[in-house]
Design a protein around this ligand. Structure first.
Ligand SMILES: *Cc1c(COP(=O)(O)O)cnc(C)c1O
Length: 429
């Protein structure tokens, strides 16, 4: 039965049989029992599917991954221990030392560090492009060894809305997949695969869990990218894997399963960034109300953004739901039902005024966290993005006065009252 996204949030991924538990069972077991060594051997040869050790795969995680897969309209999916692990795996699965990746410059600070520092040490180079660049500028960023393009649907914390179709076209013109981090929009508000993205990743820590309970990540493959057209570019998917008795992933698992099977069989096996079944259970509880919560997050974001826009002590507001916003047109195209509950703005008076504002908040808590049921607030220049110099901050779309205000599920009148009294404490001029 073809379900709407609201119903997939509630019931996707798990259909219990007669007399089975209504709630997704937590399979709290590291290991699984077999009658014969031959049975188990088939699993190790990837000839049969099944579970043998929870460092690679666990039934609870797979059930929840199946729901996220349906939500994004993908062909296969896996959970990871964090969003960072999902970002890393999504690229390292198809790029290695000597390769190159094109990425939007407005991305999450942790992802930027992973790409620009840690993966660079592994020999993978990144070129960062402005999300608003022209098609020509984007094309110029590619090299013969480019293996992927990366961007965020709604950038954290710059809130730039990515022109997914523009990035998908550039990626496909150059024979590589587009990987989209869809954390802030969630599939409730945008399904990047429908706009040409090939792989979608998530920090499920944010709206998907939504209650600040469990760090986690997810990777979804659309199954659309034809690796076999570029066997020289993607040898890991198109030529025998000697660590699995010569299996060729695209031959054995088809386009629908090759990418995720390889990521599970190689990367989970070797790095082990698996989500715990407990956390997958908590994530699923969050997913069951994702569609209801996103609506309220967006309503609160819109109300707060409109209030800030008219406040004399506020220098600027970025929220793609505002008609005057730079990304309003892209938001109407990609996010017709709303984007997210996160609003960025600058308090007049710069860094110091922003710090004063933050100090006086009563309801909104100062946290590095974002996209939570409880409203939280952050000054990125002094926290998540503090490793960046002013030039890098500017490229990431983060000014020193930027305050990231993540509207929770409270009453918007209370959020606005809290903001009003905190702005009262900021000195004029
Ligand atoms: C938080 C975040 C990440 C990293 O996720 P973790 O679960 O904290 O590892 C990646 N991308 C975006 C957009 C995020 O907001």
């Amino acid at each position: 039965m073809d379900l709407h996204i609201n119903s997939i949030c509630v019931q996707g991924g798990y259909t219990p049989g007669n007399g089975e538990p209504r709630q997704v069972p937590i399979i709290q077991s590291t290991t699984f029992k077999y009658a014969t060594s031959e049975d188990m051997g088939k699993l190790f040869d990837l000839e049969a599917s099944g579970y043998f050790y929870s460092r690679l795969q666990n039934p609870t995680c797979d059930t929840v991954a199946a729901k996220i897969c349906q939500l994004e309209g993908g062909s296969a999916a896996m959970l990871t221990s964090s969003g960072q692990a999902a970002s890393f795996y999504s690229i390292f699965n198809i790029a290695s030392c000597g390769d190159h990746v094109v990425s939007s410059s407005t991305i999450y600070g942790g992802t930027y560090n992973l790409f620009a520092v840690t993966m660079k040490r592994m020999g993978i180079e990144f070129t960062f492009v402005e999300p608003d660049c022209t098609e020509e500028e984007l094309a110029a960023a590619f090299r013969p060894n480019t293996k992927a393009v990366f961007g965020e649907t709604i950038a954290n914390p710059a809130l730039a809305v990515l022109d997914i179709e523009k990035f998908a076209k550039a990626a496909h013109d150059h024979g590589v997949p587009l990987i989209i981090d869809n954390t802030f929009a969630t599939p409730v508000n945008c399904r990047p695969i429908e706009w040409g993205a090939d792989i979608v990743i998530h920090s499920t820590t944010k709206y998907m869990d939504g209650h600040g309970s469990a760090v986690g990540g997810a990777i979804v493959d659309s199954g659309h990218f034809d690796w076999t057209k570029y066997p020289d570019k993607f040898p890991g998917l198109c030529t025998p894997d000697e660590s699995y008795h010569g299996v060729v992933y695209t031959e054995r698992f088809g386009l629908a399963g090759a990418y995720i099977t390889k990521a599970t069989a190689q990367l989970m096996r070797d790095f082990g960034s698996i989500q715990s079944p407990q956390n997958a259970y908590l994530l699923n509880l969050g997913l069951e109300s994702l569609h209801v919560r996103m609506k309220r997050h967006c309503e609160n974001g819109q109300a707060v953004a409109e209030y800030l826009q008219n406040h004399p002590k506020v220098a600027w507001v970025t929220y793609s739901g505002l008609p005057g916003d730079k990304y309003h047109a892209l938001a109407r195209k990609y996010l017709p039902n709303g984007g997210c509950g996160v609003v960025s703005f600058g308090v007049k008076g710069g860094r110091k005024a922003a710090e004063t504002f933050m100090k006086h908040l009563k309801l909104a808590a100062i946290e590095t966290h974002v996209a939570d049921a409880r409203t939280c607030c952050l000054h990125p220049a002094s926290a998540t993005h503090r490793q960046m110099n002013d030039e890098e901050l500017a490229a990431a779309g983060v000014s020193p006065d930027l305050v990231r205000f993540s509207c929770g599920l409270e009453d918007s009148r209370d959020l606005i009252a809290d903001i009003a009294q905190a702005l009262d404490a900021v000195a004029v001029g």
